[in-house]
Design a protein around this ligand. Structure first.
Ligand code: PHE
Length: 366
């Protein structure tokens, strides 16, 4: 406490640092919120137990946006104006982060998303950061893997048309797969929450393809693949990070055997830093951390590291410290933020088998 009193008014850090968090704690992407909070809580508890940030305690203020962009805007406005948080962590789904980023940028409160990959998120302005790779790379990684590792040439795409993330990945996959010499034979659309995908899947079956790229979220994708198998479609599906959820397997495990996803991290990584994170997470939460938990753990730490260096609650100083993040040793890889406030990191390809994700290979950005 003496140390704190020695700090002049207007300089240094107050005894309590309020961090706003907005996540989908309910709704059809609720496991995204649960996993992310698992990672943020672990990082925060570890940091507070080790003396906080320069002796100041971190306090999290969590808001549930129910996975709705409009609600994200409302709750983030509340965090910034009523709670006066010094920085914001969230969301997962890009469509929510895009809307909330506009609020944070306008109020000059730094926002860091652990896991929103759509390009538009950090384009909202210089107060908006992320610790994950972006979808122009993620779509390319899927296309490269399909074309050069699996040697597949004929693709169909199933897109969730009202989801920025799905639309962005579709574009980057299409461009990259075509550049690799592949052909996108057919593109079909759906909307999150649709009950039947039979019409789209029947046309895809008639077209005859080597695989189906499905860059959507786990709830719909699980249903799409289940219905595809019922229609006799046996080819693999390839997807993105949005599949990553314990609830993906709800439509049946066997339907997913032999499918692949691009993702941010693998539990199979033998790196001691990764394995000790997994052990600590299991001890705290009782389950194995998925990519969202790992990214959120890294994202919270990157923010706390920046606040420590800024030694200030000023949005501008925290922003400058975040922008200067270099070689941060995360569990999802080494994090360096580029001039566009994005992390440049490799993607892992995971194979789905027997109700689990198995590491297959790593695709590095060119
Ligand atoms: N990248 C996804 C998006 O932007 C979110 C996501 C990340 C989902 C990681 C699962 C795992 O919408």
């Amino acid at each position: 406490c003496e140390r704190r009193e020695a700090v002049a008014v207007g300089d240094g850090l107050p005894p309590v640092l309020k961090i706003g968090v907005y996540m989908p704690m309910t709704g059809d992407t609720a496991t995204f919120g649960t996993s992310s909070m698992g990672g943020i809580r672990l990082a925060t508890e570890q940091r507070n137990a080790a003396g906080g940030i320069r002796g100041s305690r971190i306090e999290l203020i969590l808001e549930d946006d129910r996975g709705q962009p409009e609600e994200a805007k409302t709750v983030v406005t509340r965090l910034v104006t009523r709670d006066k948080v010094i920085a914001v962590l969230g969301e997962v789904g890009s469509a929510r982060s895009i809307v909330a980023a506009a609020v944070c940028q306008q109020k000059r409160v730094p926002m860091l998303t652990p896991s929103s990959t759509n390009e538009k998120v950090t384009r909202k302005g210089d107060y908006i950061f992320r610790v994950c790779f972006i979808d122009p790379f993620q779509g390319e990684a899927a296309a490269k893997f399909a074309a050069t590792v699996l040697n597949l040439t004929r693709a169909a795409i199933m897109t969730d048309v009202k989801n920025d993330y799905s639309v962005g990945l579709t574009k980057s996959f299409r461009e990259s797969f075509t550049r690799q010499g592949g052909t996108v034979v057919m593109e079909k659309n759906y909307q999150a929450g649709d009950a039947s995908f039979n019409a789209q899947l029947t046309s895809i079956r008639e077209a005859g393809v080597d695989f189906i790229y499905a860059p959507g979220y786990y709830g719909d994708v699980g249903q799409i693949i289940k219905q595809a198998r019922e229609l006799g479609i046996r080819v693999p599906f390839i997807g993105g990070d949005g599949w990553d959820s314990p609830d993906l397997w709800r439509g049946g495990k066997a339907a997913l055997d032999g499918c692949f996803i691009t993702n941010h991290y693998s539990v199979d990584n033998p790196d001691p830093r990764v394995q000790s994170f997994i052990a600590a997470y299991r001890e705290r939460h009782g389950d194995t951390p998925d990519a969202l938990a790992a990214l959120a753990y890294d994202g919270a730490q990157v923010l706390y590291d920046a606040i420590e260096r800024a030694n200030s609650v000023s949005g501008e100083k925290i922003r400058d410290a975040l922008a200067a993040t270099r070689d941060f040793p995360g569990v999802t890889g080494t994090i360096t933020l580029d001039a566009n406030r994005n992390a440049v990191k490799p993607a892992v390809i995971l194979e789905l088998r027997d109700g689990a994700y198995h590491y297959r290979t790593t695709i590095t950005p060119s």
